[in-house]
Design a protein around this ligand. Structure first.
Ligand SMILES: Nc1ncnc2c1ncn2[C@@H]1O[C@H](COP(=O)(O)OP(=O)(O)O)[C@@H](O)[C@H]1O
Ligand SMILES: [Mg+2]
Length: 258
């Protein structure tokens, strides 16, 4: 699979007649098996971009093209949001198999896939628990498993760990990195938390400006599997510095041509 985001612009027409330009000229290609993270200040259009890639919003200009698909039967995308939408009346296993039921998958297939995913996200023993019986981190694990159950070509995540406590958030980053290493799933991952983006991604897309656009794309050459201790390595800190300065905006230099 390749997801080609081509020259996307988006404007919102407000009720009062004003126009808000949320995105302008966004170009990005996500390759098969690649983990792409997007960072940028609040309001720079990250969620708008993700929603367009998900097909939940239409672009004002440009296209999102999926090509080199591995299998025409796989859904293109599946989304995990910050405010997860687990069905409160379904237990963990039934939440995970929901999409498969919709697809008409046989019970045996659904159960096997649920077992596999429950083990993958570390929820073994909790398959019959209901969402209200789970901690925040466990709910997010279930939401990830549910999104992965339908085997999407590209998994979209919009600030999935933002509501979690710092320590649990770090655990979940490690867990997600491990899931990425084991599955080879392609990810488009949105966060405003730069260390999380650097820790997880193969490339970090820095967005900014009004209207939102891509300021820079930074390839992350840190070894995999990523371990917690990489966060104190000089390379990691250099990436943080670089991306921080991009997000803040570079100081204007006299005579610079842009
Ligand atoms: N449905 C909408 N109608 C009008 N404006 C919107 C809508 N959705 C987002 N916006 C505006 O578009 C800009 C980008 O929003 P968003 O994509 O949510 O940013 P981010 O996720 O980076 O915080 C913001 O100025 C926001 O207020
Ligand atoms: Mg957002």
């Amino acid at each position: 699979m390749r997801a080609l985001i081509k020259n996307i612009s988006k404007q919102f027409n407000n009720r009062d007649g004003t126009i808000l330009k949320a995105l302008e000229g966004v170009n990005l290609t996500i390759s098969e098996g690649e983990f792409v993270a997007v960072v940028g200040r609040s309001g720079c259009g990250k969620s708008t971009l993700l929603n367009i890639v998900a097909g939940l919003l239409s672009a004002s200009e440009g296209d999102v093209i999926f090509d080199e698909l591995s299998d025409g039967n796989r859904p293109l995308t599946s989304v995990v949001f910050q405010d997860l939408a687990l069905f409160p009346w379904r237990n963990v296993k039934k939440n995970i198999t929901y999409g498969l039921e919709e697809q008409g998958a046989a019970r045996e297939t659904r159960n096997a896939r649920a077992r596999e995913l429950i083990a993958l996200v570390g929820l073994s023993g909790f398959e019959n628990h209901y969402p209200h019986q789970l901690s925040g981190g466990m709910k997010q694990r279930a939401a990830i498993a549910r999104a992965m159950a339908v085997n999407p070509e590209l998994l979209l995540m919009d600030e999935p760990f933002s509501a979690l406590d710092a320590q649990i958030r770090m655990d979940m980053q490690l867990e997600l990195s491990r899931i990425y290493d084991t599955t080879g799933q392609s990810f488009l991952y949105i966060t405003h938390y730069i260390p999380e983006a650097v820790f997880l991604a193969d490339r970090v897309v820095v967005m900014g400006g009004k209207p939102g656009r891509i300021l820079n794309i930074v390839p992350i050459h840190l070894p995999r599997p990523r371990e917690e201790k990489v966060k104190v390595s000089p390379d990691f800190v250099n990436y943080l510095d670089l991306i921080w300065s991009e997000v803040r905006g570079k100081p204007q230099r006299l005579g610079a041509d842009r």
